[in-house]
Design a protein around this ligand. Structure first.
Ligand code: PMV
Length: 312
């Protein structure tokens, strides 16, 4: 009986979400302590899916998993075994719908597990194109940044449609991620930005914000590469202000961002699609990062994660 295994992990977009959909660059980092493992085990009957959220046959997968169902179907056809019976088990530490790349990471681990199962080499381009099958169904018009980062070992400098570039950080800043507990709405947020860009009553407003976010992303890259932590914080605050003007903020995100800034953060912003999901703050050192995490919890964060940017 054949077996295949695939791994991936969570991610955080540091800067450039939303503007990346419209051609600007973005910087994202892998979160390797939030792993996903998929195991594909050949069986004698049925195609079975096992996870914390749903367990049953592939045909019974709920609508939320449409992207996964189509992805698995395409993979089975790609390997000319559409009826192959299996149990596909997903074990994930990534909270869902929080802008941490859960759907792209599960899809990536599934693609890797299938290629392992069918004993076939998988190159990066094929991986990203295949994960995109799921992401198009789950998110509508993904830029591809999630799929690129959940499969990467290093920070990513991402421009839609361009070859992926790894990004070497030279900073000792600490990252504190706070989960609002509010489900993010990436598809809805991306659509509302598109509406602003074509709103005849606000000519040029959306375009100006997108271009400014692009310029901030380039400035953030410079600050990250030269360990200019104060500068980085100021840039992140400006990006948060632009994202709020774009209409993708949420009151709970803002409450956590304010709490972080009042507890000594150098800067703080939402991450991912927004309208809920996660925010993060940047701190000068570990002790401040821990104090910020405590403050975030006191202000309603359902979970926090610390990440030394220096370790990436
Ligand atoms: O919410 P997430 O983690 O899926 O991030 C979405 C990032 C966006 O720029 C808003 C959309 C995209 O596809 O790049």
């Amino acid at each position: 009986m054949r077996v295949g295994t695939g791994h991936a992990h969570g991610k955080i977009i540091l800067i450039g979400e939303h503007s990346v959909v419209h051609g600007q660059p973005a910087i994202a980092i892998p979160l390797r302590h939030l792993p996903v493992t998929v195991t594909l085990q050949e069986t004698t009957n049925a195609q079975q899916f096992v996870s914390d959220v749903f367990t049953g046959t592939m045909a019974e997968l709920p609508g939320l998993f449409d992207g996964i169902r189509v992805l698995v179907d395409r993979l089975l056809r790609r390997f000319n075994e559409p009826e192959c019976p299996f149990t596909l088990t997903v074990v994930s530490k990534i909270p869902e719908e929080r802008g941490m790349g859960s759907s792209a990471a599960v899809a990536t681990a599934i693609v890797r597990a299938f290629y392992d199962f069918f004993d076939t080499q998988l190159d990066q381009q094929t991986l990203l194109a295949t994960v995109n099958i799921e992401e198009m169904i789950t998110h509508g018009t993904p830029s591809g940044i999630d799929a690129a980062t959940v499969s990467a070992d290093q920070p990513v400098w991402f421009v839609k449609g361009a070859p992926l570039t790894h990004f070497a950080m030279h900073t000792h800043a600490w990252l504190v991620v706070g989960d609002t507990g509010v489900t993010g709405q990436t598809g809805m947020a991306v659509n509302s930005v598109k509406e602003l860009l074509t709103d005849p009553d606000q000519p040029g407003v959306g375009e100006h914000l997108i271009n400014h976010l692009g310029a901030l992303t380039k400035a953030a890259a410079d600050a990250l590469q030269h360990d200019q932590r104060k500068q980085l914080g100021l840039i992140l605050n400006q990006a948060q202000s632009d994202l709020a003007t774009l209409g993708v903020n949420h009151p709970v995100l803002q409450r956590l961002i304010d709490a972080a800034n009042q507890t000594g953060a150098l800067g703080a912003k939402l991450t991912g699609g927004g309208l809920g999901g996660c925010m993060f703050a940047v701190a000068n050192d570990e002790q401040t990062a821990k104090q910020i995490a405590t403050s975030l919890k006191q202000h309603g964060a359902v979970a926090t994660w610390l990440e030394p940017l220096t370790a990436l």
